[in-house]
Design a protein around this ligand. Structure first.
Ligand SMILES: [Zn+2]
Ligand SMILES: [Zn+2]
Length: 570
């Protein structure tokens, strides 16, 4: 729920001697004067109370304690408290006005629309006014969020809130993750992960021109919060890198070991420094990440994107990320999903992940998140990467989705005889607050069936006749902010292959081929070059991708691509 901003009222804060007077001039020029010592009396005496009301000062020190039902253990949470007049009451050590500026406030806070929050580790000290205060506490997608009025008396010292986990997907082998977080310290990222119910936070070091962030937090070795490093192993943070080039694209290199993969940015501004030459391709970055045991993710699809097509064709990409800075502002994009569908339609089994790309206090860590099924594996960072590679994932801003086809999980392949056959698709959806409104069965990027979902939870199944190679997934509609067409969740795909003939939609292949040609044209024309040998090597990578896709059968009238050996004007 968002508060309404008043057009007719303002809050005046002052610090003054008790004998001082407050002067306010209204728009019509009339001067209003109040004796500060009698302000309260005027309001209470029914004088000009329509013009001025006193907000009770927050002077009562109170401890808020948040514990888990059953165990009684203190648990991290996101907390918002406001007084009777809507005034935000921050816990001690937190800003009264959360600063949403880029790279400005990374103090464990959130500005969600007009609502402000603080992240606390199970308890906080807070000065409260006497009377009624409103408390909101949330703890991720499996715990019932709480909104409660609490009476504060002159002798109130402690208020305890018990939180109950009502969904148990973690216990069923699912772990949640944000694949894309910036700027936070590793400790703050761990706290926000714990408070948002995000088991794995990927904190990515970054270069923006002359600015570097989280570089010294990277050691290629430690998973913060893991049992091996003194944590409880249930919430972990791993520092990786997002390597960036303003035209070829950005690429997230998660969880790799050893030395940091440089350059963090290349090819000049905006991502690199002004004048920096193009030293590498995304493909080279991805290859090194693989060699160092990491997971390669295409972040915030599809922008900027020119080389991503080639890297998918070259088999260097583990997952494609759907980004939402904050689902309150915008959720999972249908446009971006359509881009992912295109790659599935030409036979590339790219897994789906989601992240926030959090770079300021208005972005919600884990607002859009990945759930990955561990299966028989125990929970470690390495096993989380394995789970993503296996493709058994879904992404969500709230509703949790389990899908199987003939009992097979997303990421797997079912082979049917050349005559085809019928497969049974089952789904189960559960949510604590974001209501799933519509379940859509997606086949090859097209809606096959729409089934309304009446409650927070629903389940169903569908028998699907398959005559040609296909992929199947579940898309769930539902909105954090009440927008009709919002997409709330999506599973990765189960692939059904008929008679060993892989899926191949030529129109999609031609469009991907055109993207690869665009990248080659960029390298040949605008990219800032160093030397011919390096240039030829970078170009060869893209040519290889072009060649491979051609071999698969993407035929089209060639748009001529610039050759380095042919003189040109630009
Ligand atoms: Zn980026
Ligand atoms: Zn980023």
């Amino acid at each position: 729920m968002q508060p309404e901003r008043s057009d007719t009222e303002i809050i005046v804060e002052y610090s003054a001697h008790p004998d001082a007077r407050l002067y306010l001039r209204s728009e019509d020029g009339e001067l209003h004067v109040w004796d500060l010592r009698s302000l309260g009396a005027i309001a209470r005496a029914g004088g000009p109370s329509h013009e001025i009301a006193v907000i009770e000062p927050a002077t009562r020190p109170v401890k808020l304690l948040i514990i888990e039902k059953g165990s009684g253990l203190r648990v991290a949470a996101r907390v918002h408290v406001h007084g009777a007049h809507g005034e935000y009451l921050p816990p001690k050590g937190h800003h009264r006005k959360v600063n949403a500026g880029w790279f400005q406030d990374y103090a464990g806070e959130l500005l969600n629309g007009l609502n402000q929050y603080a992240y606390v580790d199970g308890s906080c000290d807070i000065d409260l006014p006497l009377g009624t205060v409103f408390v909101e506490i949330s703890r991720g997608f499996e715990v019932q969020p709480l909104g409660r009025m609490v009476e504060i008396a002159a002798n109130t010292e402690l208020v305890t809130f018990e939180r109950d986990k009502v969904l148990h997907w973690r216990e069923q082998g699912w772990v949640s993750a944000d694949t894309h977080v910036h700027f936070l310290s590793p400790r703050t990222a761990l706290l926000e992960g714990q408070a948002e119910g995000v088991n794995v936070v990927n904190l990515l070091a970054l270069q923006c021109g002359e600015m570097f962030s989280n570089v010294a937090d990277f050691d290629g070795r430690m998973t913060i919060g893991a049992k091996d490093f003194g944590g409880d192993g249930e919430f972990i943070v791993r520092v990786g890198t997002e390597n960036r080039q303003q035209v070829l694209g950005h690429i997230s290199l998660l969880g790799y070991e050893g030395e940091m993969i440089h350059p963090l940015s290349s090819g000049g501004s905006n991502e690199g420094a002004i004048g920096d030459p193009l030293e590498t391709t995304l493909a080279e970055w991805a290859q090194r990440c693989r060699e160092q045991g990491g997971l390669v993710v295409l972040p915030h699809s599809p922008n900027p994107q020119s080389e991503r097509a080639a890297d998918i064709v070259l088999g260097l990409i583990d997952a494609m990320e759907m980004k939402s800075f904050n689902p309150y502002a915008s959720q999972i994009s249908a446009f971006v999903l359509a881009d992912w569908y295109r790659y599935l339609n030409i036979g590339y089994h790219v897994r789906l992940v989601a992240g926030s790309d959090k770079m300021n206090a208005a972005a919600l860590l884990g607002g859009a998140r990945t759930y990955a099924q561990l299966g028989a594996r125990g929970f470690t960072y390495r096993n989380w990467m394995e789970a993503v590679r296996s493709g058994d994932t879904f992404i969500t801003v709230g509703p949790l989705v389990n899908m199987t086809v003939e009992g097979k999980r997303p990421g797997s392949k079912i082979v049917l005889p050349p005559s085809g056959g019928t497969v049974n698709l089952d789904w189960r959806i559960e949510s604590v607050s974001v209501r799933p409104t519509l379940v859509e069965v997606i086949r090859n990027g097209v809606v096959l069936e729409r089934i309304p979902c009446e409650n927070l939870s629903c389940r169903g199944n569908l028998a699907i006749q398959v005559k040609e190679s296909s992929w199947l997934a579940i898309r769930v509609r539902g909105s954090v902010a009440g927008r009709d067409a919002d997409i709330a969740a999506h599973t990765s795909a189960v692939h059904v292959e008929i008679g060993e003939k892989p899926i191949f939609a030529e129109a999609d292949a031609v469009s991907v081929l055109a993207q690869i040609e665009g990248s080659i044209a960029y390298i040949d024309t605008l990219a800032p070059k160093t030397d011919e040998a390096r240039h030829s090597r970078l170009r060869a990578t893209l040519e290889l991708a072009h060649h491979r896709l051609h071999e698969l059968g993407a035929g089209h009238a060639h748009i001529p691509v610039h050759s380095v050996r042919v003189a040109r004007e630009h």
